[in-house]
Design a protein around this ligand. Structure first.
Ligand code: KG4
Ligand code: ZN
Length: 336
């Protein structure tokens, strides 16, 4: 059997997920058990609850993934797992489980950086993507611009200095009473609103900087809502959501275009939960088309946290024989 089958496991936050990937591009199974309903009651993820949920679901999620792929552990070439960044208790469940499974199956353990995983989701449907390329990674915890020269060979050009894009979306959505996670709700409500009703600030930082800062725009929105509330005025939630989304997308697009101009990268990929945002996709598609830059992004299900992206990143680690040691630890603050 010459096929390279990788089992990917993801437990860094509030999804317990496992996938079996054949030869880096053939997704045989993909199971995602989401805890969103459990955490919705609290308006955000409760770490202790998340770890316990992962313990309850990891084994059955993995079993289901193997079953759907019509495989046993003996058919696997390696087991890939997220070891950071994320919630330490959640990460430990996946890491400990993957170690036990890989050791028992006698196959290599592959440690995957969750952020690399998000970017590698692009290679699942598009294994022929050519380097160099620029990646805009925007998730609940991170906002990064990364320049890739080859598999595993990359340089971080800029990142957020305070809130991540998704984090700002989630916090504003919570204040607007829209629900968790906030990004999809903001996107939906914004459809009914005027994106120019409010001029929220766009933090561009020093000239030429590729870093982001989203705490200013978040505070500006919260201040607008508070002062209206104090004056007893009602705000149009759709207008606020649309104007806020416009401000976030505007900054992301402008910084990405700056990075493309600086690096002369011929291709752009989008990654992370916020990459599911339609406005962001449309604006980047338009801007890259004008500049003749190739642009792609994963389907939405592969943008938010999932095991398939971890299996994909793990596949390339496997090819590079970059195996993890048996004492692999969870690293909650792991960066790119
Ligand atoms: O990558 P992800 O699933 O988890 C992290 O690693 O953080 O990203 C989750 C983030 C949340 O902040 C969520 O609000 C945001 O992605 N998100 C969206 C959309 N779908 C998810 N933001 C904007 N538009 C969306 N359609
Ligand atoms: Zn993520």
């Amino acid at each position: 059997n010459k096929d390279i089958n990788i089992l990917g496991i993801e437990t860094s936050c509030d999804e317990t997920s496992a996938a079996v990937l054949r030869n880096g591009c053939d997704l045989l199974s993909h199971v995602i058990s989401s805890q969103i309903k459990t955490h919705q009651k609290y308006g955000g993820v409760v770490p202790e609850v998340a770890s316990r949920e992962h313990i309850l679901h990891l084994q059955s999620v993995v079993e289901q993934a193997l079953q759907e792929a019509k495989m046993g552990f003996g058919d696997l070439a390696g087991i890939a797992v997220t070891y950071g960044p994320g919630l330490v208790g959640s990460l430990l469940v996946g890491v400990a489980g993957a170690k036990a499974m890989a050791y028992a199956a006698g196959v290599p353990l592959l440690g995957v950086n969750h952020l690399e995983g998000h970017i590698y989701a692009n290679f699942l449907h598009n294994p022929d993507l050519e380097f160099p390329l620029l990646a805009l990674l925007v998730s609940g915890g991170h906002s990064h611009l990364v320049y890739f020269e080859g598999h595993g060979k990359y340089r971080v050009l800029g990142q957020t200095r305070d809130d991540a894009a998704g984090e700002a979306l989630d916090k504003v959505a919570r204040t607007l009473g829209l629900g968790y996670p906030g990004g999809p709700y903001i996107q939906k409500v914004a459809l009914e609103g005027n994106p120019h009703a409010y001029e929220f600030p766009r933090a561009m930082l020093e000239p030429g900087s590729l870093d982001f800062s989203f705490s200013g725009v978040k505070s500006a929105v919260l201040n607008t809502l508070n002062s209206a509330r104090m004056k007893g005025e009602t705000v149009n939630v759709a207008d606020v959501a649309a104007s806020f989304q416009e401000a976030i997308v505007d900054v992301l697009v402008r910084k990405t275009l700056l990075a493309l101009a600086k690096t002369k990268a011929p291709a752009l990929v989008l990654a992370g939960g916020v990459a599911a945002n339609t406005l962001l996709r449309e604006r980047l598609a338009e801007a890259t088309q004008k500049r003749r830059i190739a642009f792609s992004y994963p389907p939405s299900i592969l943008c938010t946290d999932n095991g398939a992206m971890i299996a994909t990143a793990g596949y390339y680690r496997y090819l590079a024989k970059d195996y993890a040691p048996w004492n692999l630890n969870a690293i909650p603050g792991l960066n790119l």
